[in-house]
Design a protein around this ligand. Structure first.
Ligand code: F6R
Length: 615
């Protein structure tokens, strides 16, 4: 939600900031804007719509040369996506510019106070109040922008990342964070601030995590971090492990397609270094073996696609370790008084590491005395920082709003954890673990095979481009795959789509079936003609009998489904628990192709943002 960039140095700030915004546009694209400090004034340019609109404005009305600037891409919360509501917002005297990510919860009260004091507000945003409060706080702060920021932050409630610049202070940018992301990039004679390292990775890989309730003052040769009361703060500095090329499209038409094709490598990278001599070694896991042995219940909490990964994980965790495992939407979790204690392990799954619902769920779990393990893709983000332990997925940057490689690597990471958990608790034989590890280690190759044979899926998208609805059914781990296939189609192709547990069809959704309706069916492996497989074959027949078109995803040698399939998509053979890693890929490709055919922006679907930092 909202992308933020700040720069001080000797380069043209507007170029650095706009290029940073380009890399952050996945966070929100309702409007974009910059403020550049030059010649004792602020040059502010902003425009509703995507970054391209701001670029047009800048082409016609360039900002003066300057090495100090801030910029913003917006995902609207307070006030519609208009020019007036676009950030930066400026104080009445035109001296202070502010950009913001998050929600200031006491803004109505602050706004009323400003109106009573005769301040003229020009937008409907919660952000604008901060510009006026900062300007008002400056005299008492002896003109020190960082001190003014600390004073204002102490008055704010809610979640916010704020970045400010002042017309009379070239070479100074000040940032603050509470509950929303903000990272510092340390350069050589230049420094950066951004919501995500992607914004400055082309300039530096040295990053500094900012903690909760901290204010940072950036100058070209100095970075000063304090808490909201001015006390020097401890920060954690780290090297970003990927480079600028990883955040580019690399020859693909869209980031989503590129990220779909990166999945074999992403899965392999997530396994890298974690398997030694057939055993799992999770050196980075901060839990002791004793702590793990004391766990008597696992609760997985996450949102959207990460929640679907959690649903898959439940099957594996319970099957392999016999420890009860629940999966809960993070947005529901803390509001239903869940039963938690110190023997409960809560696993928070999040690609971004910033999802507010998941963050609030993990904080709640910690308050109840539970331990929290984060499964996360973003180094240095808030969720792993606030968890007791973290297992990083090594998917690399995921830029497309629709999550793909994060999903597969989340499943792999939870499986790695589940097997390690089983290994530590001694409820799995070594040979059994070795056998399963070997199967997981084969998966990158199998995902690659699926990607080599996706052409028929594209053709299918052409066949059904005008369908008014698409259904997905699956059983066991095929059920979350069905949910994920439907989610992808909804979010990027704007088609009505639903995923169902196939056995539930007859309890209601079967009424939706009609002539020609496309229904994807995820068929479990036939291995010994399992009950699951037989039941699924019956479900396909039920669908077919009602005139719907069946698009059947089945193992390469499974011919038992041929008589009932209008279309067949072959996937490599693997064990049931691992099947989501191959069965999801055709559904991702289908959604991507469908969105392209229907003329939609695959990477930046309407109304969405990649990182959802509001509840
Ligand atoms: C779907 C999607 C979202 C995210 C969800 C959680 O394609 O991207 O549903 O999965 O917002 O985000 P993270 O994993 O960053 O917590």
């Amino acid at each position: 939600m909202c992308g933020i960039v700040g720069y001080v140095g000797s380069k043209q700030a507007v170029d650095v900031v706009v290029d940073g915004l380009r890399r952050l546009e996945y966070r929100g694209y309702d409007s974009a804007g910059v403020a550049i400090v030059a010649d004792g004034a602020l040059a502010v340019r902003k425009k509703a719509g995507k970054l391209a609109n701001l670029r047009d404005v800048l082409d016609h009305d360039p900002t003066p040369a300057s090495g100090t600037g801030i910029g913003h891409t917006r995902w609207a919360t307070h006030g519609g996506p208009t020019d007036a509501n676009a950030h930066p917002h400026v104080s009445e005297d035109g001296k202070v510019a502010i950009i913001h990510n998050g929600i200031i919860e006491n803004f109505a009260e602050l706004r009323a106070e400003l109106l009573a004091a005769g301040v003229h507000l020009t937008s409907e945003t919660d952000t604008e109040v901060v510009a006026h409060l900062l300007a008002a706080a400056l005299p008492a702060a002896d003109g020190d922008l960082a001190e003014a920021m600390r004073r204002v932050c102490r008055r704010l409630a809610g979640a916010f990342t704020l970045v400010a610049a002042h017309a009379d202070m070239p070479g100074v940018v000040v940032g603050a964070r509470r509950n929303s992301p903000l990272v510092v990039g340390r350069g050589d004679g230049e420094n950066f601030l951004a919501s995500d390292v992607a914004a400055f990775i082309a300039h530096t890989r040295h990053a500094i995590e900012l903690g909760q309730d901290q204010v940072v003052e950036l100058r070209p040769d100095r970075i000063t971090v304090t808490d909201f009361h001015g006390a020097p703060a401890q920060v954690h500095e780290y090297e970003v492990t990927w480079d600028a090329a990883a955040a580019e499209k690399g020859g693909y038409d869209t980031f989503m397609l590129k990220e779909i094709h990166e999945q074999p490598k992403a899965v392999a990278d997530t396994l890298l270094g974690r398997i030694k001599h057939g055993r799992l070694t999770l050196d980075e896991l901060q839990f002791s073996e004793e702590e793990l042995r004391s766990v008597d219940k696992i609760i997985i909490t996450a949102c959207g696609t990460a929640f679907h990964a959690g649903l898959v994980a439940k099957y594996a965790i319970e099957h392999w370790t016999r420890v009860p495992c629940e999966v809960e939407l993070a947005s529901e979790f803390r509001y239903r008084d869940p039963i938690l204690d110190r023997h409960t392990l809560v696993i928070a799954i999040s690609q971004s590491g910033e999802t507010m619902d998941t963050l609030m769920a993990l904080r709640y779990a910690k308050e109840q005395g539970s331990r929290v393990l984060a499964i996360c893709n973003t180094q240095g983000s808030t969720i792993p920082r606030e968890s007791d332990a973290v297992l990083y997925t090594h998917a690399g940057p995921e830029v497309a709003v629709a999550s793909t490689k994060a999903f597969l690597t989340q499943i792999v990471a939870v499986y790695v954890f589940a097997l390690y958990f089983g290994q530590v608790r001694g409820n799995m034989y070594d040979e059994e673990i070795q056998h399963l590890i070997a199967q997981v280690a084969d998966m990158p190759q199998k995902v690659d095979l699926v990607l080599d044979t996706v052409e028929p899926i594209r053709a299918l998208a052409r066949t059904y481009a005008d369908a008014h609805s698409v259904l997905f059914i699956g059983r066991h781990v095929g059920y979350p795959v069905a949910l994920e296939g439907a989610l992808k189609l909804k979010e990027i192709a704007y088609m009505h789509a639903e995923g169902f547990a196939a056995g539930e069809l007859k309890h209601g959704p079967i009424a939706l079936l009609e002539e020609g309706l496309p229904v994807f069916v995820v068929v479990p492996p036939p291995a010994g003609r399992s009950v699951l497989h037989e039941k699924m074959v019956s479900n396909i027949q039920e669908v077919r009998a009602r005139g719907a078109h069946t698009i059947v995803l089945a193992e390469e040698d499974d011919d038992s489904v041929l008589d009932y399939a209008d279309h067949i998509i072959r996937i490599p053979a693997c064990s049931t628990l691992l099947q989501p890693l191959v069965a999801t890929v055709p559904l991702q490709v289908f959604a991507c192709e469908m969105a392209t055919l229907r003329g939609f922006d695959v990477d930046q679907p309407r109304n969405l943002a990649k990182s959802v930092t509001v509840e």
